[in-house]
Write a protein that binds this ligand. Structure first.
Ligand SMILES: Cc1cc2nc3c(=O)[nH]c(=O)nc-3n(C[C@H](O)[C@H](O)[C@H](O)COP(=O)(O)O)c2cc1C
Length: 367
């Protein structure tokens, strides 16, 4: 698509948009090639991007029949908070690239659908724009290089009534994204990020210093910083980007109250274990009531069911929300969330599960 042919966002939803896959095709028509490559791309050979999608086909559903489902519902509880359903909106930065209303549109759609929205540190929309009284919002923190700067963002989120802090820890360095490099990806000049500069100042390198290990790695957070942060805030700290069971155990030991199993949509470390496999390894080593959320490759309501059957407390949806945003702003995001919600509900009904807590490994068969 040449940039002259970019279509404006739709103002109503045509009947040909019925699935997340339909939205993926449509979204490309509404974005420049550079932004499309940024959205779709992963790191290096994109094995992880493909694995994230392919892993769901390895799991088959094993439904039960003739059960009474008349008391059915999709509500869940995490850390004392009740959510109408387990479909959360993943943090995605710089959303103005996809639609002028950016995160404000995504947040509106999430609110209407009762989806818990995780707002990125790199939001173009000020966190104060999200409705204070809407309880379904968490704030995603990228470590700001120092404890003081990181805590300042956490305190701002506390003041705005966000209910948890999601610290993303899997990208102390950006991934090597060949697609982005090929199209000279850059953010638009003058793009506003109300909470943080996009580039944290790097420590000055002395002669002989290593650009990676004495550069970004010097300002990357450690377990001690996470333990410290959890003592500074009354909000629960949830770590996003855990895939190793040892780290899941360390999280528990450092005051963390939940984790999100994720490989960042395959965008950071190519060849990283598929999160559905990681989820199963992690569930073996953490207490059953420890919240373990799942993130990556959710494109169908049946994917949500499978992740929950393998132990996820809830799932995050990333790129599909942006397909909706690029296609038709808040309306598009709302429709994407509605599609996933409806597919999940009907899958539950066909599987013979009346509540989310009933969804267990008894209902799946792995090839
Ligand atoms: C364009 C883009 C921007 C992202 N920005 C962030 C971010 O700011 N913070 C973060 O924690 N994760 C970020 N992620 C990762 C998502 O939160 C999520 O882990 C990933 O998209 C899940 O995979 P999915 O797209 O297959 O659902 C980003 C992902 C994409 C595609």
């Amino acid at each position: 698509m040449t940039d002259q042919n970019i279509l404006p966002p739709l103002t109503q939803i045509p009947a040909y948009l019925q699935t997340v896959a339909d939205y993926e095709v449509e979204a490309q028509k509404h974005l420049s090639d550079m932004v499309w490559q940024y959205l779709q791309g992963g790191s290096m050979d994109e094995h992880s991007v493909r694995d994230n999608l392919a892993q769901f086909a390895q799991i088959h559903l094993l439904p039960r029949m003739l059960k009474d489902l008349t008391q059915g519902h999709t509500a869940i509880e995490i850390l004392g908070q009740t959510f109408p359903h387990p479909i959360f909106v993943a943090p995605i930065g710089h959303q103005q690239q996809f639609h002028p209303e950016a995160e404000a549109a995504t947040a509106l759609a999430a609110e209407v659908l009762g989806s818990n929205m995780i707002l990125s540190t790199f939001s173009n929309t000020d966190m104060r724009m999200l409705k204070q009284e809407n309880p379904y919002k968490w704030f995603q923190l990228y470590w700001q290089g120092t404890r003081e700067k990181s805590l300042a963002l956490v305190q701002m989120a506390e003041a705005q009534h966000f209910k948890a802090i999601v610290v993303t820890i899997d990208s102390p360095h950006t991934g090597i994204r060949d697609r982005e490099r090929r199209v000279f990806f850059h953010l638009p000049e003058g793009m506003q990020h109300p909470h943080t500069p996009t580039h944290i100042p790097l420590p000055a390198l002395n002669q002989g210093d290593h650009p990676v290990f004495h550069g970004l790695m010097k300002i990357a957070p450690t377990w001690e910083d996470i333990a410290w942060l959890s003592e500074q805030t009354s909000l629960p700290i949830i770590l996003k980007g855990i895939v190793n069971p040892h780290d899941a155990q360390l999280a528990l030991q450092h005051g963390v109250q939940g984790i999100i199993v994720s490989n960042h949509g395959g965008r950071v470390l190519d060849g990283c274990i598929p999160p559905l496999t990681a989820l199963q390894l992690i569930k073996k080593v953490v207490p059953t009531d420890f919240p373990v959320l799942y993130d990556g490759g959710i494109r169908r309501g049946s994917d949500i069911f499978k992740a929950i059957a393998l132990g996820a407390s809830a799932v995050l949806v990333g790129r599909p929300c942006i397909y909706g945003l690029a296609t038709a702003g808040a309306l598009g995001v709302a429709h994407v969330l509605k599609i996933l919600k409806e597919e999940f509900e009907i899958t539950m009904a066909l599987m013979g599960t009346a509540t989310v807590s009933e969804i267990t490994t008894d209902y799946i068969f792995q090839k």
